[in-house]
Design a protein around this ligand. Structure first.
Ligand SMILES: NC(=O)C1=CN([C@@H]2O[C@H](COP(=O)(O)OP(=O)(O)OC[C@H]3O[C@@H](n4cnc5c(N)ncnc54)[C@H](OP(=O)(O)O)[C@@H]3O)[C@@H](O)[C@H]2O)C=CC1
Ligand SMILES: CC(C)(CO)C(=O)C(=O)O
Length: 299
């Protein structure tokens, strides 16, 4: 399959590395316009801590024309710019896969001719130095359609191509519920760990119970307006399980704050606040965390 990956960050290089291994794929990478130097090789430290130095193919115009699959591996606040830049140079039939956290990142989805999927992942990957990524945690991916029609054959083809690269992947017809579950997890763990400057596991301390309870109640109310139903106890258990499983993790939002990078707060708790306003619902705890994270982050 002809594949273009957008973004030379942790997730972009994770997919580039695993997809380029197969002789059945031609994979190339589009780097951000801020990149000053693109090396001929990239580094990848795999889950067994083995390091690899492999050649890097940069996406040219022909790669976009021939692309059958495009993976957008940028932060949620970078998605709009990335799509607008490539919209006119890709085939109307190419399948676009969004691989970011948060929701509501692409404001103009309905205007896209291309069918779009979203890919949610619990893999962990980080950038050790420019063009060197390290796979830090094996996870699972959920893939599902969010816009347009995709033929059963194409769907099977894409699922099998991505699954060959990173095997723990499932195509789901109920991606909306999975997106909301991931959003709820991120709405609780990310801002609290960022504001408190703590590892995920420290949220298990009972002093956080009141704020976690209020956040979850607000999220459930907003989700219901979007026709997504959650049971409070089940959702709370799932969120606390993630905090336990990733106890030693520094959440992505806390890392962004510590590294003085912009956070994805607008597409996580900010998304809840925006939807709540539209429906006239009050979400004071989500609003408070948006303000607190914004006060900490660089613009
Ligand atoms: N890393 C992880 O373990 C996980 C990440 N995610 C999610 O995946 C998404 C990507 O994360 P991650 O890879 O860690 O983020 P990174 O910031 O490491 O990577 C994003 C990369 O995309 C580049 N980029 C931005 N805009 C463009 C553009 N228009 N064209 C080409 N390249 C562009 C950025 O360059 P520049 O630096 O110049 O902006 C950067 O190198 C996020 O939403 C994150 O929350 C989800 C689960 C796990
Ligand atoms: C699941 C969690 C909270 C793991 O750290 C995450 O997705 C993140 O940090 O963005």
């Amino acid at each position: 399959m002809n594949i273009v990956i957008i973004g030379q960050g942790a997730i972009g290089l994770l997919w580039y590395h695993h997809l380029a291994k197969s002789p059945k794929n031609t994979v190339s990478l589009l780097c951000s316009s801020r990149t000053t130097f693109i090396p001929s090789h990239y580094g990848f430290t795999d889950i067994n801590q083995q390091s690899h130095e492999l050649s890097l193919m940069v996406a040219d115009n022909a790669a976009f024309i021939d692309a059958e699959l495009i993976l957008i591996c940028v932060k949620s606040y970078q998605v709009n710019v990335a799509i607008e830049a490539l919209k006119n140079k890709i085939s109307p039939h190419v399948i676009i896969v969004f691989c970011h956290n948060g929701m509501g990142a692409y404001q103009n989805l309905a205007s896209l001719q291309q069918p779009c999927l979203t890919l949610l992942t619990t893999h962990g990957c980080k950038i050790n130095s420019p063009f060197h990524a390290q796979h830090t945690g094996l996870g699972h991916c959920d893939l599902g359609s969010i816009h347009g029609e995709i033929s059963p054959l194409m769907r099977a083809n894409i699922t099998s191509t991505l699954k060959q690269a990173l095997p723990t992947l499932t195509f789901t017809n109920d991606i909306k519920t999975k997106q909301w579950l991931k959003l709820a997890i991120n709405c609780v763990i990310n801002p609290l760990t960022a504001v408190e400057n703590i590892d995920n596991g420290q949220l298990l301390n009972e002093k956080f119970n009141p704020i976690i309870t209020e956040l979850i109640s607000e999220i459930i109310t907003v989700a219901a307006y979007e026709n997504v139903k959650f049971d409070f106890n089940e959702l709370q258990e799932k969120i606390m399980q993630v905090a336990k499983k990733t106890a030693k993790n520094c959440s992505s939002m806390r890392s962004d704050i510590l590294q003085q990078r912009k956070t994805e707060i607008d597409y996580i708790n900010g998304y809840i606040v925006t939807l709540a306003k539209k429906s006239g619902i009050l979400v004071p705890k989500n609003e408070m965390l948006v303000q607190q994270v914004k006060a900490l982050q660089v613009s």
